[in-house]
Design a protein around this ligand. Structure first.
Ligand code: UD1
Length: 340
């Protein structure tokens, strides 16, 4: 079976994708520098799939390390590239760190792919490239707005780097997947989201608050022009996101792609407000969440949810799981992590 490199394969979306790849019979090699992940995730993957992926602890900023890796694994057929930094606020404080972590590393990998006879590349992009879109739901044709943060800019420029490379490098085929808001965990609760420090994203903050690790969730603003006044996002179960990666990879491996660089949105097509997410959590957990409404968070878009038609029709992928499923699995995972 084809050998697939998954960078950032011990991270949140990476680890769930490794599970799906191994379930489909692919041989997986993970590169991860463990900067925002734990080596224990490897045990979780092994326990779910019965197979331990190959693992190399490597920082992709180490150019020689990347070269040596590809010399050793010259039979790699595909690369799913998750490894990146993703904290919006931190990226504003440390732009160079973000440009180095997210773009320099991308260039090093693409340089190696140029040397392979045929390379299939899947890139983790984000709906953040759309900013506040003028029209909802957001299609892949929506204009790319000037990025709100260096993090967002790395996704925009990352896509451009891949597009420009594919234009002149026929042996590289690529798909950029623009994720909306991935949440949840594997139903086994053996892998899930493991934020280091105070979570920046909504769902881990909710589960940690319910667990008593955080005192209270701050809901950032209830005076937005939405039905209940809180922001709207397209929350998608991480398992659906992981499955989309396997389908996208197969599309390239089997030459079903329409051009050698394609873009797809990964969302459910349904927007949920912050209060709806809290309600879903309370329903599936049976716990009341301690939260309060505070001021708006700078840089938040009001509403973002995907038009999923292109992914449904062309990629042949559709999200299957619900917001309740995702919140249930996130809560189960939080309890297991805390040993409760
Ligand atoms: C944003 C980007 C996403 C990017 C991600 C990286 C958009 C539309 N989305 O996610 O593409 O990958 O950053 O981290 O640009 N909230 C609270 N209290 C909290 C935390 C969050 O009320 O403590 C609210 C936010 O205001 C927002 C929603 O919950 O309305 C989701 O926030 P979050 O999980 O941080 O994701 P995005 O900001 O949508």
């Amino acid at each position: 079976m084809d050998k697939i490199l998954v960078t950032g394969g011990l991270g949140f979306i990476g680890s769930h994708t490794v599970v799906e790849l191994q379930n489909e019979g692919y041989e997986v090699v993970i590169i991860d520098n463990l900067s925002n992940s734990s080596i224990n995730v490897l045990d979780g993957i092994t326990s779910i799939t019965g197979k331990t992926p190959l693992f190399e602890k490597l920082d992709l900023k180490n150019k020689e390390g990347v070269e040596t890796f590809f010399e050793k694994h010259n039979d790699i057929k595909g690369v799913i590239h998750f490894a990146a930094s993703k904290a919006v606020g931190e990226s504003v404080q440390e732009p160079l760190l973000y440009y180095e972590n997210n773009l320099v590393t991308l260039v090093y990998i693409l340089k190696e792919l140029k040397n392979l006879s045929s390379a299939n590349f899947i890139f983790s992009s984000s709906c953040t490239v759309y900013g506040q879109a003028d029209e909802l739901p957001i299609t892949e044709k929506a204009p790319i707005k000037s990025a709100e943060s260096p993090y967002g800019n790395t996704k925009q420029v990352g896509e451009e780097i891949i597009r420009d490379t594919c234009k002149v490098t026929p042996n590289i085929k690529a798909i950029a997947l623009r994720y909306f808001n991935p949440i949840g965990a594997h139903e086994s609760a053996k892998i899930g989201e493991l934020p280091i420090g105070v979570p920046q994203n909504l769902v881990p903050f909710i589960t940690q608050t319910a667990m008593g690790i955080r005192e209270q969730l701050s809901v950032f603003g209830d005076d937005y022009p939405t039905p209940d006044g809180t922001c709207i996002r397209d929350y998608i179960h991480v398992i659906d996101v992981a499955k989309a990666h396997v389908i996208a990879l197969k599309r390239l491996l089997e030459n079903h792609n329409k051009s050698n660089y394609e873009i797809f949105n990964l969302g459910t097509g349904k927007g949920s407000s912050v209060l709806e997410v809290i309600n879903s959590f309370e329903k599936v957990s049976g716990k009341k969440l301690n939260y309060k409404i505070v001021d708006r968070r700078e840089g938040d878009v009001i509403s973002a949810y995907a038009d999923t038609k292109k992914a449904n029709d062309e990629l042949g992928w559709k999200s299957q799981l619900t917001l309740d499923d995702a919140m249930r699995s996130a809560w189960k995972w939080e309890q297991v992590v805390r040993g409760k």
